[in-house]
Ligand binder design. Structure first.
Ligand SMILES: [Zn+2]
Length: 199
């Protein structure tokens, strides 16, 4: 999910120093999949075993997210990997700073309240629409250290988590708006679907 307020955070590998630079040099951003790609409509499979390969995908997804300059969340489905894995980095919200979050097999345990806000999606560039979501949620999953985590989230964090978990079920935010609103976006969606992109 994109958020225009966000500044680019990606750092060229040559400028990186410290312990993390090895990881950054060994990985590369992944190819984003766009609206019209059938993979976005598939249901992702649970991750049975979190191995180095899965962690590597998570790191590459973070890089892919940061390379967009405005992304705040990404599901593995969006890079063509049908595994239940999402990453979220909302940076700051309501004066609070959040750490990047890697979550395998996320499950929404509870959802309450209603909140309306504009949403976009890195797989549906330049399209935004108001989406109704739960205001407050509890999510469980497994983090990058293979530790079980339970997250209570509200506001933007809840919205992004719900948006990304939707992706794992083949659901896009435009499925959650009215048919009339979607009709108004028809030309935009067709443009994205038919856009020529480098292979
Ligand atoms: Zn999205």
């Amino acid at each position: 999910m994109p958020n225009r307020k966000r500044k680019p955070k990606n750092t060229p590998a040559s400028d990186v120093s410290g312990e993390d630079d090895v990881v950054l040099r060994e990985t590369a951003p992944l190819q984003l999949r766009y609206y019209g790609d059938p993979v976005l409509r598939k249901r992702a499979e649970p991750v049975v075993d979190i191995t180095e390969a899965e962690r590597q995908i998570a790191v590459q997804m973070l890089e892919t997210l940061y390379a967009t300059g405005n992304g705040i969340g990404l599901a593995a489905t969006q890079v063509g990997v049908l595994k239940r894995l999402i990453i979220v980095d909302i940076g700051e919200d309501d004066d609070e700073t959040y750490e990047p979050l890697v979550l395998f097999n996320p499950e929404i345990l509870s959802a309450e309240g209603e909140a309306f806000a504009d949403e976009g999606c890195l797989s549906i560039p330049d399209v935004t629409a108001e989406v109704k979501r739960a205001e407050k949620i509890v999510v469980e999953g497994i983090d990058v250290q293979s530790e079980f985590v339970r997250i209570e989230a509200d506001g933007l964090l809840a919205r992004v988590l719900l948006h990304e978990v939707d992706h794992l079920n083949g659901v896009l935010f435009i499925d959650r708006i009215s048919g009339l609103k979607r009709q108004l976006l028809k030309d935009e969606l067709l443009r994205i679907q038919q856009a020529e992109r480098p292979a």
